[in-house]
Design a protein around this ligand. Structure first.
Ligand SMILES: Cc1cc2nc3c(=O)[nH]c(=O)nc-3n(C[C@H](O)[C@H](O)[C@H](O)COP(=O)(O)O)c2cc1C
Length: 185
C-alpha cells in the first residue's frame, strides 16, 4: 500500500496548517487505499536538532526516513514573513537531495492574508524543484476564513484540495506503471 506522508510546518496549537494537511490526507484516502502519516513539526521539531557529533535522535531519523520513503508527500507550512517556517526548511535540509526525485508532492500553505497566496509558487515550488520532485500544478492556500473550528469548509479551498489530490494520484499511478514496465510487469 502506498505510504502517504503529510508534513505540517506549524509550531502553534491548534494549527490551521495541520488541519489543512489532515483534510488533504483525508481526500487522498477517499481516492485510493493508502497508509497516511501526519508529521506535525510542532510536536517533533526538537527531535530534528542534531547533537554535537551531527547525529539525530531516533525520532528525528524516523521522521526524515518517513519523508524520504513516502510514495506521495503532502507538504504545508504557515506563511511566516512571506515564506515557509524555519522549522519546515530545517526538515528539508536534512532530507537527501536525491531522495524525492520524481515523487508526487502536493504543496499547501496557510496564511493570515490572501496577499501571500503566491508563497506556494515563489517559495515552496522552487524548494521541491531543487529535489526534482513532481509538484502537482494545483497548490492549496487557505486563510482563516476557510476554516470552521478545526475543519476546512470553504468550497473553493475544498475544490482545490480535490484537484490537487486527483493530480497527485494520477502521477502516482503513472509512476507505478513506469516502474512496472521497467520490471516487465
Ligand atoms: C511569526 C509569524 C509570521 C507570520 N507572517 C505572515 C506573513 O508574512 N503573511 C501572512 O499572510 N501571514 C503571516 N502569519 C500568519 C500565519 O501564517 C497564519 O496565521 C497561519 O495560518 C498560522 O498557521 P498555524 O495555525 O498552523 O500556526 C504569520 C504568523 C506568525 C506567527
Amino acid at each position: 500500500m502506498p505510504s502517504v506522508v503529510g508534513v505540517s510546518g506549524g509550531v502553534h496549537r491548534p494549527s490551521r496548517t495541520t488541519a489543512l494537511v489532515r483534510a488533504i490526507l483525508d481526500a487522498v484516502g477517499e481516492r485510493m487505499e493508502a497508509q497516511p502519516r501526519l508529521i506535525d513539526l510542532g510536536a517533533v521539531g526538537q527531535a530534528l536538532l542534531a547533537s554535537a557529533d551531527g547525529s539525530l535522535p531516533s525520532e528525528g531519523r524516523d521522521v526524515v526516513a518517513a519523508v524520504e520513503g513516502a510514495d506521495l508527500l503532502v507538504v504545508a507550512s504557515p506563511v511566516y514573513r512571506a515564506s515557509y517556517t524555519g522549522l519546515f526548511k530545517h526538515l528539508f535540509d536534512l532530507v537527501g537531495q536525491d531522495a524525492l526525485a520524481a515523487r508526487p508532492v502536493i504543496l499547501a500553505a496557510t496564511g493570515g492574508s490572501e496577499l501571500h497566496g503566491l508563497v506556494i509558487e515563489h517559495q515552496l515550488r522552487p524548494l521541491f524543484g531543487f529535489f526534482g520532485a513532481f509538484t502537482v500544478p494545483t497548490g492549496v492556500y487557505a486563510t482563516p476564513a476557510a476554516f470552521e473550528d478545526d475543519r476546512v469548509t470553504a468550497a473553493p479551498v475544498r475544490q482545490r484540495i480535490d484537484r490537487a489530490v486527483a493530480e497527485a494520484v494520477a502521477i502516482l499511478e503513472a509512476n507505478r506503471k513506469l516502474v512496472g514496465a521497467a520490471a516487465g510487469r
